[in-house]
Design a protein around this ligand. Sequence first.
Ligand code: TTP
Ligand code: MG
Length: 406
Amino acid sequence: MPRRIIHIDLDAFFVSVEQALNPALKGKPVVVGGKPDRRGVVAAASYEARAFGLHAGMPLITASRFCPQATFLEGSFPRYRNASHKFMAILTDFSPFLEPIGLDEAFLDVTGFESIYGSIDQMAGIIRQQINKELGLCASVGIASCKVVAKVASEKSKPDGLLEIAAGEEVSFLAPLPIAELPGVGKKTEQKLKGLGIRTIGNLAITPLNTLKLHLGASGELLHQLANGIDERKVEPPGAAKSISRETTFGKDTADRSSLTATLSYLSERVGADLRQRDKQARCINLKLRYADFTTITRSHTLKQTTDTDQAIFNTGKQLLDKALLAERQLVRLIGIGVSSLTEPAQQLDMLDPSAQRLEQLNRAVDRIRKKYGFTAIQTGRTLQLKDLFPNDKNGYTLETPDLSL
Ligand code: TTP
Ligand code: MG
C-alpha cells in the first residue's frame, strides 16, 4: 500500500510567535534577530518583510537598509521552544508516527488515516486549524507518498498552504523545480550540478547514475533517487535515549595533548548535535579513556545546571581529561565523551541567563548549517587539526569506532 506522509512546517516561526503575542505586529514587516545596530543576522522575517528582499541569514544592517520601517525584535528562544513543545504535542494527538525536525517542522506518517478523517487532506486541514486556534500560528503542509516529496510540497505551499501530491505524480511534480529546491542539495552540490548542465530536478532525475557517482560520490546515488521521487526513509520518532556518547580509537596510541583535545572537541560537538536534535538537556558529562594496556577508565561530572551546548560538554570533558592525564602517564588508545541524566529543557533557568541563551542559539544555527551543508562545513579552531589525524568528508571525520550511541 502506498504510504501517505505529511510534512508540516510553521510559517515565519519566530516572528509568528511574536505576532501572536502582540497582534499589533500582524500583517507588518517584522524581523527577529536583534536591533539593526547589532552585528547579528536575521533569524526570521515575516512574509511582509520578505517582500522587501529580507531573509534568514541576512545581516541586520542590510535588512534595515532594505526595509527601514520593519520592526526589529531581539526575540526569546525559550518562548519559541515553549511554542514548539505545544506544536509537537498537537501533532502527537493525530498520529503516533511523528518525527520532529528541529523546532517548527515534523513528518507524520498517516497511512490509512483517511478512514478516520475522510481524507488526508481533511485531516491536515483539522491539524492546521487546531494549531491556529491554540497557538495563533500558521502551518504549511505537504502530503505525499514519501518524505522528500512531502517536504518539497510543504515548501511550495507556503505561506499558510496545503499541497497534496497524488501517488504517481511525484516525478512530474519535482521535475520543473530548480535543483536547489531538492533537500540535500546545498550550495556546493548546486554549483557542481550546474557545472554539469543540470539545472532542474528533472535534469537530475534523467542524468545517468554513473555520471553523478563520478562527480558527487555516494551522495550522487541518493540525490538521483530523491530526484526520481524514490525515498524509502521511514518516519521515525527520535527514540528515548538514556545517554548519548561518541568515542574513537586512535590509529596510533598517543599522549599528544593537542590531538587528544581536538578529538575530544570534535566528539563533544557530535554529542551536542545529537542531544539538541532530540531536544534534551544533560546533567552528567562522562569521559572515557582506554590506555595502551587496555585498562579503561570512566570519569563523570555532574553539572549544577543542565546543558545542551557543545562548549559545556567539551569544557567539562577537558577538565576530566586533564585530571586523568595527570594521574596516569600511559599512552591513550581510545577517547570517548558522553552525556547522561537526560531531561527535558529547563526553560526558566535559560531566561535568567542571556549568555546561555545566545550560546544555545549559536549551537542551533551551526546545527542548521551542518544539516544543509554537512558536518565539516563549519569547524571550530580546536577541531581543524583533526584533518591530519582522520580522513573526512562532508558528513564528518571517519573515526575508527564511530557512532556508539547507547
Ligand atoms: P524555518 O522553518 O526555516 O523558517 P521560518 O519558519 O522562519 O519561515 P518559513 O518556514 O515560513 O519559510 O526556520 C524556523 C525558525 O528557525 C525560524 O523562524 C527562525 C529559526 N532560524 C534561525 O534562527 N536562523 C536561520 O538561518 C533559519 C533558516 C531559521
Ligand atoms: Mg518554518
